[in-house]
Design a protein around this ligand. Structure first.
Ligand SMILES: *Cc1c(COP(=O)(O)O)cnc(C)c1O
Length: 361
């Protein structure tokens, strides 16, 4: 068996030691005679797995005690709607800064519940840059300001946490959580679907500053209420136990590898390798994002001629480099370099890129 280097944007590559451990524990977890997915979420065994995963994520990301950490189903998109339901009054203004596809999705999910003010929008510039902070038209009494920390499709990443004053900052960190140190205390809410940097699809992590639970929000069922989930340790109903367990293994692996500081180092190495290869290609490869906000996680790039895309994807796949086809909204090629993608994967990609250019340039 050979495992390829997997550049998928999500669901994405997982650490091989984690998959091996899950494989070894598949039929019999910890000697209990059953898989962890075959037992009650209310059993002491699963509660211990769940609590350990939360403790490890808190240690990994540096989440202060005045924040709740929820492990919920639904994916990031569901939470884009729940944020509005939980934290904005009916019709209240919410400020959105749009720097790519997922910012637009977030607005679509919030619109039925509140008045969306697009405080800044990078679309006119093709989402190649983040609108300058002093151009944002923020609302002084907005329920929150929403940003997408890393735009997975357009490859644009906030490199600093920008100050938005008293209004809480809510951030979609789906594709960049735990990829570099993060000052959680600057945010009201941080949320992330697990399937990019944290684990398998099917669970989302929602980190909420606890004072926000005082907000009335909008009429909603208990199951859509973050406070109810927090009061029941994310076990108001059956949580996605397998996904939670597997994410917990990823957290343990990351801590053992040296934590977020080490992954920040690796991610900088990987993304520099690929951007340097693009920039040194004499225009054969093109990335159109402003250098200051280029994503370390997702690198979209273009070939001189779109007819070369299919050849690039087929030949890279044959060379053991998977899932490099660009998203249809942008086209071209996209390399996702999440935490679990090793530095050797990025090196193999740039070696392939140089070889491909020589044969097709
Ligand atoms: C993948 C992604 C989403 C959507 O996640 P789902 O789990 O499919 O709902 C939202 N935001 C960002 C930044 C993403 O990368």
């Amino acid at each position: 068996m050979t495992r390829a280097f997997n550049f998928s944007a999500g669901p994405a590559t997982l650490p091989e030691p984690v998959l091996r451990q899950a494989q070894a524990e598949m039929l019999d977890w910890n000697g209990i005679g059953a898989s962890i997915v075959e037992i009650s979420h209310r059993s002491q065994d699963f509660i211990a797995v769940a609590a350990q995963a939360e403790a490890d994520l808190r240690a990994l990301v540096g989440i202060p005690d005045d924040y709740a950490v929820l492990f919920l189903s639904g994916g990031a998109t569901t939470h884009q709607a729940l944020l509005a339901l939980n934290f904005a009054a009916p019709g209240q203004v919410v400020d959105y800064v749009v720097t790519g596809h997922w910012g637009k999705t977030a607005i679509k999910q919030a619109r039925p519940y509140c008045t969306v003010n697009i405080a800044a929008d990078g679309e006119a510039g093709g989402f190649h840059d983040i609108p300058a902070r002093d151009s944002w038209r923020l609302t002084s009494d907005a329920a929150y300001v929403h940003i997408t920390a890393n735009e997975t499709i357009h490859g644009v990443e906030f490199r600093d946490t920008l100050d938005v004053g008293e209004v809480p900052l809510f951030a979609d960190f789906s594709s960049s959580i735990a990829s570099e140190p993060l000052d959680v205390s600057k945010y009201g809410v941080i949320y992330a679907g697990a399937q990019k940097n944290l684990g398998p699809v099917g669970v989302a992590v929602v980190i909420i500053r606890k004072d926000l639970f005082e907000r009335a929000g909008q009429p909603r069922a208990d199951i859509f209420d973050y406070r109810s989930h927090a009061e029941r340790d994310s076990m108001l109903n059956t949580p996605p136990t397998w996904n939670w367990y597997l994410a917990g293994l990823v957290f343990k692996w990351m801590l053992a590898e040296g934590g977020v500081a080490e992954f920040a180092r690796r991610n900088a190495v990987k993304s520099s390798l690929v951007y340097d290869a693009i920039d040194a290609s004499g225009g054969f490869y093109r990335n159109e994002v402003a250098p200051a906000v280029r994503s370390r996680m997702n690198i979209p790039f273009f070939l001189p001629d779109d007819t070369l895309n299919a050849r690039f994807v087929a030949e890279s796949k044959a060379a053991g480099l998977l899932a490099l086809k660009g998203h249809k909204a942008v086209g071209g090629i996209r390399a996702s370099l999440y935490n679990a993608l090793p530095v050797e994967g990025a090196q193999a990609l740039v070696d392939f890129m140089r070889d491909f250019q020589q044969r097709n340039g």
